[in-house]
Design a protein around this ligand. Sequence first.
Ligand code: LER
Ligand code: MN
Length: 302
Amino acid sequence: VTRRPTTPPLLDRLLSGVALSVEETRFAPLLFSGQLEQGLELAAELDFDRVELSVRDAGRIDVAALERRLAHLDLGVSAIATGQAYVTDGACLAGGSDSDRRRAVDRLRAAIELAAALGASVIVGGIRGRLTGDTAEQARQQQKAIDALDKCAARASASGVTLLLEPINRYETNFVNTAAEGLALLDELGSANVKLLLDTFHMNIEEPSSMEAIRNAGERLAYLHLVDNTRRAPGQGQIAFDRLLDTLEQVGYGGPAIAEILPLPDDEAAARDTAAFWSRTRRPHDPATTQSEVSDAVHAAT
Ligand code: LER
Ligand code: MN
């Protein structure tokens, strides 16, 4: 009889964390927006492996001070998120003026530099913007965005940084909504350091099956946003995270799994809900043992 390990290997490989905003922002699903110090301290207290930092302009960040704080708290940064450049300042790869696109590229370059210093990746999500005009115009905008992304990918590659393309639901963009569209864009870019980020909130809206999206992404999946359908912490809605974890195990995913969630009922409670999700998930013999572990145990016994 082989003894099953008490903790499945996948759960050891997943890096738990929460997404924080360095500045106060209108972009809602971030914790401790503008209260970075409190966010970092609580993330360390709750024993998260990583924090994701959403920045408006990475060029304005005191990198040395941030590095000292992170080292002191023994926290790593999984990624620099860039959507605020669009939400706050209108910098975007598509749908704006040429100068908006140049500003987006500048912001992405600053984010790449910051990410290189912190050993993090850079998220290309909301900063893509939205395609506008008729079909021909949208195709032109898309090509310009791809050319800009190509340059960013080369810059990132030279700095040893991964770019993470994140499909986002239709109510926020029309430029890459699904995992399949994300993978097609990855093919077009053809850079080994551009990978896919899948967000369980967006997948819940756009994918016929989140499980299939994960399987199709396979090795190109490099990052996860773990969010319930309510845009609250995993477990605060109706997404079947146990099935998602099973699928992640099947594709051999071991990487960041970051809660990008609304500060509801408040920042601290949302972070604690996330920590509670991880302790339930990582403790197989807890009364709150996940369904997947129950089914694994049944398989092992038969
Ligand atoms: C936007 O809805 C989102 O999920 C962000 O992670 C994109 O940058
Ligand atoms: Mn996301």
